[in-house]
Structures are given as C-alpha cells and as structure tokens.
Design a binder for this molecule. Structure first.
Ligand code: WTA
Length: 660
C-alpha cells in the first residue's frame, strides 16, 4: 500500500467536528461513573479489575487476577468459581427483589408479558432441569435459533446454569447458515420455535431447523417453543417446550463453574470467508459486561427502564440484553418485532408505554428513523429518556445530532460505544457523566481498557493522525479463541502487530486534536485516491450532513487516473423533493463533500438508490457496491438481509437518472 504524501499516516484525517456537549451538572452529580474511575484504573489496572469482579457473587474467590503467560490466551480471575445464571437471576431474588420486573416483553402483534425476577428464576430452573433430563451438561453445545421470545433468554440462562455452551444463531439466517454453525461446534441440542412474526405475519422457522438437522448428526434433540401456532412437520428428535419444560420442577441448585469455564460460542460472519466461532468464558466476561453496562449506561436498578433494541442473535443481545443488564438487576424492555410494525412510530410508542429511560440502538436504525421523518417521534412522549446509546458502526455526526434532538429532547448524553463480538463488551465509549460528548466519536477507552491508534509500524500516531486501532492490554471479556481453530485466532488478531503484542481490531481510526478516538470503518474498506488513504466513513458522514441525504455508502472503484475513484450511493430523506435526484442536485452534493472535507474526497460519481445492501445486523456490504461501481456481476448476496436490494439498485441505475 502506498503512503499518503506528506504525513506518512496510514489514513488521512479529513473531517473535523467541533461541537461538544458536556453533561448537565445534575447528570454529572448523580452519575455512577465519576472522574476518579479513570485515576483508579490507571493507578493499578489489575486491582481495578479485581474490584470490578467483586460486583459478582463468587462461590470460590480467585487467587490470581490475570494470567497472561499463555498469551494470546488469557485467564482471568484464576481459581475463582461462579455460576453465571445465579449471578443474573437468583441472587436478586435472594436480596429481596423477586417482585421486580426483569423483562417487559412486548410481542410484535401487541401481546405482552411482564416477567419478575422470581418468575425468571422459576423459568430458568425448569429449563435447566429439562436440559439435565436430556443429558445436557457441562461443555455440551446447544444451538438456539429463535426469535426474540422470552424462552430464548430462559434457554440461554439455562445453558449457563448447567455449564453448557450456547451457540445462538440469528433467526433470520438460512438453514444452510444454521447447519454450518451447528456442525462446526457439534451441537447436541437445538432450541427453536414453530414460527416467528416478521412484519406482521407469522413465518415458519422450524422447517429451516429440519433441513439443517438432516445433515447434522451431532443433534440428538430439538426443543420447539410454540409461538405462532403454525403447523409444523414433526420428526423423531422433536419435543415441545411446553411438554418438556413445563412439567419440570421449578427448583434447581446451580453449580459453580471455573472462572474460565466456556460460556458461549457466537459465530461472526464478517463480510467474507467461513464464519468464526468466537469463544467466551465466564468470570471475566461477566465482570466486564456488568461493569460496562452499569457505568456506560448509568443504570440505576431501582428506577431505570432500559431497552436495547438488538437481537439475541448478535453479541449486543448477549452482553447488553442478557448478561450485563440482568447481572445488574435491570428492568428492561424486550421487543420481538420490526420497528415499522404496525407503524413507523412503534419504538416511540413502546418508550412511552414503559417509560423507557435508557435506549441503546444502532446507527443504521437511527438513519432509518431520519428517513421516516422527525414528525414521527414528535408524536410521542419521550421525556422519560435520559441516556441514549449507539453501537455497530460509526455514527455520522448528523445522525448523532438528529438522535439527540429528536429522540433525546436535546438534552440526553449519547454514548457511542465501540466494541466487537471478539471483545465481548464495550471497550471505547464516553462515560456519560464525565466526558463532554462529541457527535461521531467514541472518544476514549473505558477505565481499565488499553486502546490506541498506530501506524503501519505499530507506533502510536500523534493527535490529528490516522491509522489502525489496536488494543494493547488484555481485558477480562476478551475472546478466548476461535472454536477449533487456534491458528486462525493467532493469524486474524495477533499477527499484524506481533512484535508489539497488540490485538488488531481490523478497524481504521484517528485521533482528533483533543486526542479523542474516531472510528473510520473496516480497514478493508479504505479507499486510495491519488495516494491519499480516505476513510469511507468520513465521506459518508459528509454526505449525510447534507439536508437531502438520509443514508450514504461510499466505495473506491478502480480508476485509470487516480488509482481509485470515490463512488457514492445515497438514499434521500423523505420530503427531499422531486429535484433532489436531478443533475443539479447531484452536483450540489459533490460540491458539498468538497467543501466539508476537501476536493480530494469529492465523489467521482453519485448514485441515488432506494435501498442499500446490508447484512442482517445492519452493516453495509460495500463489497457488493464495489461490484456495481466497477460494472462487475454482483457477488455472493446470501448474507444480505434482503437480497432483492441489489436488483433494486441495478434497476435504478438503468433508469439513467441516478448517475452524475
Ligand atoms: C464496528 C458489534 C464505529 C467496527 C458490537 C467493529 C463500530 C465491528 C462501533 C464489530 C462504533 C462497532 N463505532 N464502529 N461505536 N461499534 N463498530 O462484531 O467495525 O457485530 O470492528 O460487534 O463493528 O461488529 P460486531
């Protein structure tokens, strides 16, 4: 790769943002995390983490905080024993909070259920007894392929309770994706539902399990929860949840497992290649999930109503619906369905109904809300909200501001949280009562976490410089490897900066003049225009800062003169006007980018499209857009949430009006 001229930076730093929002005095005064937390962690990192681990109940205390002698395989809280499910459920009942609602579950069709901690304890105990009755115990693998129904959470906690590893597979994935994930980890059991509600209609789910299990001989049983009452084919392996689980005793004594006992495997597909089974263990994972959830979201268990909109099929659902929140005795909303069923105000209606005070979602959804229009949230009472969060992708400053204004009433702190399936829990984020937040920046590593931006040689770049994000200290919730593939684990994360011993996250990042960290997208997506390395994120943010643009995706397409040329795909906002896609408007957009970040970043071409190709977790698949931009046949679309999107884009392009 060529270096950009002049600076020698791995990535050029183009966009600047000067708006900052300090927390109000009231918020700062009542915040869980105070400035001293940074000092404490800096003074003695291991003592700091030992203190954080004390928030959990340990059956046997550890005798060593960290053993890094087997790097890159860490051991945290060595010798300690605990039961993860006990920490998330039973101890809250024992401390007198059995009547507190743990989960306000809201079904897509409008049915709902309030589940107290006492009830959660009974449900998880029954499910654990059911697992034991099937011979499932410590170290067995259980695939969970379910929509967002309460039983999905019961099932995860039941696995944790008996020491089995859950392997949750997103309910929107195909039979083929399910099969490879079951086979790779040799699951003995699958837990699923008959069907799931998707955009108002029941869709069958079990047929995909039947197809996957036909080729997965490790599976002995399939437990089926009845959700949609859809007629399903029945095989000799199948058993109904309501028949097996409901007849079990609701008493179950949890067993304490080693701190390093495996807790779960979660496959990340990435954009290419065979999915990686990311392995997490117990004590360190739960410590960091719990610590980050309490401090980043400022959770007050007696008064807050928390809502994370993720699906349990992703790591966000694991760490910030199940383990972090429940370990902190949260009262939370879990919603089954899509955000526009039956109308585009559904989320705000739910916020109003339950008085949600903390709301955690993804930038892709925020930009969708922008496209639908600010008049929709304006119809609801959102005054209960006091902290907003974002995860999954860089959030463009304009989307951040829109979120704060239209959802947060112009007053809530927004925590932009950077982390990965591999990191297990949040790593980089402002602490909402301490840091003045900045639209678009995840800002700084949390107390106890080491992260920095380095150049090709692994040397930290100065303020204003761009490069690669690395993690330079082991952390409690770090992955303990890739299931069955030690070499791939070392290669993927530890070989790029082997000499320095850094974990390479695969993300580009920069420091601004204050030393705050900005994430710039996956390094594979970086564009090289006339020797300048330009981040897709910065050009996309510049486009979204124009009033007519709701969403943008930018790719580098090969160019005879400049190496790569910038090609942008944009979705216009609702109400952008009929002329917004015309030649003059397109020219205005190109000029706008030139003005915001400089002529070097001016897109060669801008195409107006009705939709963007996204993975099921909402990340834009730039690889497919590169195919379009370079006039190639579009590649593998099987991981797209909606595979017809590429047809829509191609059709739009043929109409001619989309090109500059
Ligand atoms: C991206 C999701 C910018 C990043 C928890 C990372 C982000 C990948 C942010 C991990 C953020 C996540 N700002 N980029 N706040 N959060 N990412 O494994 O590229 O689904 O490497 O975990 O998402 O995605 P994953």
């Amino acid at each position: 790769m060529t270096q950009s001229p002049g600076q020698g930076n791995a990535l050029d730093n183009l966009l600047t943002e000067s708006r900052t929002f300090p927390p109000s005095d009231e918020f700062a005064a009542q915040a869980n995390a105070q400035p001293a937390l940074y000092e404490e962690a800096k003074a003695d990192r291991e003592a700091f983490w030992a203190k954080q681990a004390e928030r959990l109940h340990w059956e046997t205390k550890w005798d060593q905080v960290l053993d890094w002698s087997g790097a890159p395989f860490a051991k945290w809280f060595v010798g300690g024993k605990l039961n993860v499910a006990y920490n998330c459920v039973d101890r809250h009942v024992e401390s007198g909070h059995g009547d507190q609602v743990a989960i306000h579950w809201e079904g897509e069709p409008g049915d709902s259920r309030a589940i107290t901690y006492a009830e959660l304890q009974r449900e998880v105990s029954k499910a654990a007894n059911a697992l034991t009755s099937l011979g499932i115990g410590a170290e067995d693998r259980v695939a969970i392929y379910m929509p967002m129904v309460p039983e999905a959470i019961f099932a995860m906690l039941a696995c944790a309770r008996v020491g089995a590893l859950h392997n949750v597979v997103f309910g929107g994935f195909s039979a083929e994706a399910l099969r490879t994930r079951i086979q790779d980890s040799a699951c003995r059991l699958v837990i699923t539902t008959d069907g799931q509600y998707r955009r108002g209609t029941p869709a069958p789910l079990k047929p995909a399990v039947d197809e996957a299990v036909a080729d997965a001989p490790s599976v002995e049983k399939v437990i089926v929860v009845k959700r949609t009452d859809t007629e399903v084919a029945w095989t000799g392996k199948d058993v109904w949840w309501h028949e097996l689980v409901d007849s079990q005793s609701d008493q179950h004594t949890p067993e304490a497992f080693d701190s390093e006992h495996p807790l779960f495997i979660l496959y990340t597909s990435g954009t290419t290649g065979k999915p990686k089974g990311i392995l997490h263990t117990s004590g360190g994972y739960l410590t960091q999930a719990s610590y980050t959830h309490q401090n980043v979201f400022d959770l007050k268990p007696d008064t807050d109503v928390y809502w994370c909109t993720a699906d349990i099929g992703w790591v966000t659902g694991h760490s910030y619906i199940v383990y972090g929140p429940l370990s902190n005795r949260v009262t939370q909303v879990v919603y089954e369905g899509t955000p526009n069923t039956p109308h585009e105000g559904r989320h705000w209606e739910i916020v109003q109904k339950y008085g949600v005070s903390i709301y955690y979602t993804a930038p892709t959804l925020i930009r969708t809300f922008m496209k639908w229009g600010a008049d929709i949230p304006a119809k609801y009472d959102l005054s209960s909200l006091r902290v907003l969060g974002s995860v999954g992708e860089p959030i463009n400053p304009e989307a951040w501001i829109w979120y704060r204004e239209n959802v947060g009433g112009g007053k809530t702190p927004i925590v932009d949280t950077w982390w990965q399936t591999e990191t297990g829990a949040i790593m980089i984020s402002p602490l909402p009562g301490v840091i003045s937040t900045k639209p678009g920046s995840a800002q700084r590593p949390l107390p106890g976490i080491g992260a920095k931006v380095v150049n090709d040689e692994g040397v930290e770049v100065p303020a204003g410089g761009g490069g690669y994000l690395v993690l330079d200290e082991p952390w409690p919730s770090m992955l303990r490897g890739i299931w069955g593939d030690e070499e791939r684990y070392r290669d993927t994360y530890w070989s790029r900066f082997k000499d320095q011993g850094f974990y390479f996250a695969g993300d580009g990042a920069k420091y601004d003049a204050d030393g705050d960290i900005w994430l710039l997208g996956r390094v594979d997506d970086v564009m090289n225009v006339s020797g300048h390395r330009i981040s897709t994120t910065e050009v996309e943010s510049a486009l979204v800062s124009h009033p007519t643009v709701a969403e943008a995706a930018v790719v580098g397409a090969s160019d005879d003169t400049t190496g790569q040329g910038i090609v942008a795909f944009v979705i216009l906002r609702g109400g952008a006007g009929a002329d917004a896609g015309g030649a003059d408007a397109i020219k205005a957009l190109r000029d706008h980018v030139a003005k915001e970040i400089g002529p070097i970043a001016k897109p060669r071409q801008i195409m107006v499209v009705p939709e963007l190709p996204k993975t099921r977790s909402g990340k834009i698949m730039r690889r497919l857009l590169r195919d379009v931009a370079e006039n190639r046949a579009v590649g593998d679309v099987t991981t797209l949430a909606d595979s017809s999107v590429m047809d829509l884009i191609s059709a739009g392009l043929q109409s001619g009006k989309a090109e500059d």
